[in-house]
Design a protein around this ligand. Structure first.
Ligand SMILES: C[S@@+](CC[C@H](N)C(=O)[O-])C[C@H]1O[C@@H](n2cnc3c(N)ncnc32)[C@H](O)[C@@H]1O
Length: 314
């Protein structure tokens, strides 16, 4: 199999100067008067709603140290620190622009900052954190893009890629590279393996999923494909890929982690009012608010989270 490597590193390091083009679910809930907040059954910021949800699964009061990788504007960590002021935090981000934004939002007395690509951070530097957060960013990590048979370009060096895929297939009983047209979330696989091998007690991951499905209760209002293999998403200046969470879950479980998986709607519960139903049922939205509601509801079900708990933790 021939692959090309899709990397967003260059874009994040040198070109990114706003997150406006890539409105994350976290950022879309940030303005207090956001139309997205108004359609939740408990209107609040993303970080607060996530923290409250995690508390039902993880003993958050026992989390003393938290590492957030790729924290964007820093809003999620701001909320975590406001709900748990005793916690110490570290932010690792590849983007100098976004790391500066995080420094503006977060108190320097409680937070350390490191400009780094998570794939280059040695495993030893990750040990010791109670909790690691990676929200809406796994799809930014390198992806092996399956090349068309008739593509003349030489692609990425095959030996190194074959060795990596061989490692994951043998070690974790995966079947990477068997389907000729399947792109592979290699950066996400490597990062999850590294976090688990570093022995992090609790790990929260989330991203657009290629395996998410619309629940029966929503099928009258929403539909999307569930291809089961990573899909390309074109964004300003870069491309990212949806995530095949079953592979990440398998790696973690083989490394003795327990997993809990679901859609964002689990902790961002929708108030399915007549206004929301109308916006979802229209063939074409009439106004901006309806357009925003449609995109947000799609994201609530298309994004998955994966919470990993080290085997010896309750
Ligand atoms: C789509 S934004 C998500 C931001 C934030 N977590 C949120 O939910 O709003 C992706 C974030 O991951 C960071 N990022 C992308 N690739 C990275 C890498 N290889 N190492 C560290 N951070 C990375 C970006 O700079 C950015 O902060």
């Amino acid at each position: 199999m021939k692959y090309f490597i899709n990397s967003t590193a260059e874009y994040h390091q040198h070109d990114l100067n706003t997150l406006g083009w890539e409105l994350t679910v976290c950022n879309s809930l940030e303005p207090v008067n956001s139309p997205c907040r108004r359609i939740l059954s408990s209107p609040d910021s993303f970080g607060c709603l996530l923290y409250i949800f995690l508390k039902t699964i993880i003993p958050m009061d026992k989390v003393d140290t938290v590492l957030e990788i790729g924290g964007g504007m820093g809003y999620l960590m701001r909320d975590f620190l406001s709900l748990n002021p005793a916690m110490r935090a570290k932010m690792i981000d590849i983007s100098p622009f976004l790391l500066d934004k995080q420094k503006e939002v977060l108190p320097s007395s409680k937070v350390d900052f490191e400009l780094a690509d998570i794939l280059s951070v040695p495993l030893n530097n990750l040990t010791g954190f109670d909790l690691v957060i990676m929200n809406e960013n796994l799809g930014d990590l390198p992806t092996l893009v399956a090349a068309q048979e008739n593509q003349n370009d030489s692609g990425a060096p095959t030996d190194r890629i074959d060795a990596k895929l061989d490692h994951f297939n043998k070690q974790y009983n995966l079947h990477l590279g068997m389907n000729q047209s399947e792109h592979i979330n290699i950066g996400a696989l490597e990062t999850v393996e590294k976090l688990c091998l570093a022995g992090i007690r609790y790990i929260y991951l989330s991203e657009h999923s290629c395996e998410a499905a619309v629940p029966e209760s929503m099928q009258a209002y929403l539909s999307f494909n569930t291809p089961g293999i990573p899909e390309m998403i074109s964004l300003k200046g870069h491309q990212e890929f949806t995530i095949k969470f079953s592979c990440l879950q398998k790696i973690a479980e083989m490394l003795n982690y327990k997993a809990r998986r679901g859609a964002f709607a689990d902790f961002l519960p929708l108030d399915l009012s007549d206004k929301v139903k109308t916006a979802l049922r229209l063939a074409t939205p009439y106004n901006d608010e309806q357009e925003i509601i449609r995109q947000f509801v799609y994201d609530l079900y298309k994004y998955e989270y994966l919470i990993l708990i080290r085997g010896d933790e309750s």
